[in-house]
Design a protein around this ligand. Sequence first.
Ligand SMILES: Nc1ncnc2c1ncn2[C@@H]1O[C@H](COP(=O)(O)OP(=O)(O)OP(=O)(O)O)[C@@H](O)[C@H]1O
Ligand SMILES: [Zn+2]
Length: 856
Amino acid sequence: MLTGDAPHAATSAGPIPMPSAVPPQRPNDTRPGDRNPNDTAAPGDGLGEVSGSLSAPGFLSSGDDAADAGDAAQNRGAQNRGAQHKSGAQHEATQGQLFETDPPPWELAVEEDVAVASVVFRDAPYGPYDYRIPAEMRDQLHPGMRVHVPLGRRKRPTVGWCIETKIGSQSGKSLSDVAEILDDAPLCDRPLVRLVTWMSHYYQSPAGQVFDALIPSSVRASAGTRERTYLTPAPSTADESVVDALPKKQQRALRLLITAGKPMTASQLMVHAECTAAPINALRKKGLLSEDTRREMATSMPVRWQTSDGEKTEAHELTDDQSLALQRITAALDAAAAKTLLLHGVTGSGKTEVYIRAIEHVVKFGRAAIVLVPEISLTPQTRGRFERRFASVAVLHSQMTPAERHFQWQRIRRGEVQVVVGPRSAVFAPLPRLGLIILDEEHDGSFKQDSQPRYHARKVAYARAQSLKIPLLLGSATPSLESWHATQSGHAELISMPSRVGNRPMPDVQLVDLRIKDERSRGGAISRQLHLAVNETLRENGQVILLLNRRGFATTIQCPSCGHVVACPDCEMPLTHHRDGGKAVCHYCDYTIATPPWCPECRFDGIRYGGLGTQKLEVEVKARFPDARVARMDSDTMRRPGSHQKVLSAFRSGELDLLLGTQMIAKGLDFPNVLLVGVINADAALHFPDFRAGERTFQLVTQVAGRTGRGNRGGRVIVQTFSPEHMAIQAASRHDYLQFANAEIANRRKFNYPPLGSVARIIIRGTVEDVTEATANSLLLRLESARERLGAEVRLLGPAPPPIAKLRGKYRFHLLLQSLDPLQLGATIRMATKTFKIPEKDDVQYVIDIDPMDML
Ligand SMILES: Nc1ncnc2c1ncn2[C@@H]1O[C@H](COP(=O)(O)OP(=O)(O)OP(=O)(O)O)[C@@H](O)[C@H]1O
Ligand SMILES: [Zn+2]
């Protein structure tokens, strides 16, 4: 979400126009296939099929809800799909075949045949292109390895990824040769290579770039390793007379190496034989030593993190809800089926304990699990909960050094790890015997990557689980509508845990209507009720959490005389005033200036800071409650590694009374002494021009409310809002997920928004505004003609300037595509962009975002 904790409501821009009716497109007799035989992104046989079958069930990508939507056009879509895709059982079978490991093709080969490698590249041209595999490399080259190959007319040596090895025909003789193999072993196994090609196809992102997302750069660069050369006696030394004929020192060194019976480096041998380098070099020259160079970790990695914030974790005796949930999960595990399960458990229902038990079941059978969590949840608390229950856990997080990351990756790949816990990229963890994937807080926005490849970890996890025939477990107190809808349409199994551990009641939520003047406090952000409640809580030695989802001090800097708003020259967004350091900062690009003392337009002395950020709230809190020990948690105060942990353990141990901050404090925290949660402005995200605004607001309020009432002392919540009657806020105040989900699904159905239909977005950006717009328009024309040629039912909207119309000095336009069928959507874009070239002088780029999570 760019650089801000919460992007500012872009008040100047209106909502993206979304006409309410889908213009009916005449369906063609021939339904568009989703793949093009020449398509670079779907190389090889059947890979296009894979993408088809993975998205066909519509789960998380929507697309087959047509049947329950009921109108004629939609039913037509359903029939089409019926014809295209096989029924459940058949479908399973196809998928099984697709994911089976093929035998190495040359086992079946006839002699004249040529071994060929398909290679993809990071930069254009992306490939895949075929290369001949020289005979001596045949046994060494496998998919998932990097190679050096000549590329282009000038035969420029280029690094590429091998995605397939196969037998080519005689014409293969004209192919260039693979020049060099760069890896000793594949960096990913075949199912992962297939995942790459699927992602490349589905997200329309070059496979070479997907590999880069999959394999950490630290692994590609062998961070923290060095090359060492090991010596062993050469075969000729088996002849005693050869050894006997050597000078004394050489003899001694060689005999030592022979009796050692294991390889040694030259320096090890020097120590053992108490000699200098000279005799060893002499032996080398005589060919009496075999050398073997290997790359290995420079040192064993120190474990740098502290595994606890002071919480004690023992195994709990399961509640009835937990036992039932666990039974359903273990049944899926035992059935070895690619089943998706949604664990909908209210806040504090003990979902983590269920995950741990499920993983114990997996580990018992020698398999391993991945647990994906939002980055923000990678607190010592989460770590501790897993690390204390399993012998071998790898926690991946953003503050690891490259060497640590590489070290963990190697451990994981060697099969030494039972559980990998990490943010979205951990979905690619190369566990050799993966048995279960879990997404905790599966609704969280951080699972979507906002740079190429713009994948969603839930969808990728789904694809990986399907291909390996293992269960995928999604957990949340506020499931995404995508996952919820999947349970309603039979694509996922719903497991509910409707009550809290120990039958603790859900906290009482009180709404404060900020429209009523008396409710607001004069000049401050804290209402009278909230003020009283904080005081009362502090008197009882309880702890308080206050949520304000906007960082900084003041969110606008405006001149009261001429109305000028100080804005970023590159993004045209209002700058946020940060009191520490007296800075004005752009939350989109981090552009920073000293806060202007007077109006830069009219020189009026008395510029005003409007709006409210966490820094200002902190000042107010300290003034109102001078005796309280207060800490602020937002991305400004949490920059340094370990700062999170420090504040949280101080809060747990009771050294702090009040924690205020952005959404960082809303998630996952489990502190029994929090008796009061205050939400300063629940509507902050409600009026965004985004169809998910209501969903985000519901999730945020429900999640932060869930931080209280987790101990024996109860808890309550005060939510300040200008829209107390809004459905999302009403439902959150009653902890009523079902009411929210049903109402929201009905809303989305009106416009076929996800999860009922699929959306894609193309962002076009450039340095000159009208050139950029013209490019967007010509892309639109191509999309229209592709739609026509494919007979695809796709709605096209735009081009229009998005709410962030300028970013980092570039003008932006976007096009939105909507369809009930993700395959038609993908095919239309693929066809339209296939040969779309923008002249270099225009300086315009475009990015495709499939299933976008924001519209900014
Ligand atoms: N069976 C049990 N008996 C007693 N305590 C339990 C049991 N299961 C879990 N707990 C405790 O209940 C608390 C809440 O559990 P947990 O944090 O897993 O909830 P959660 O469902 O993940 O909530 P949230 O969605 O709010 O993060 C924890 O302190 C946990 O140790
Ligand atoms: Zn900016």
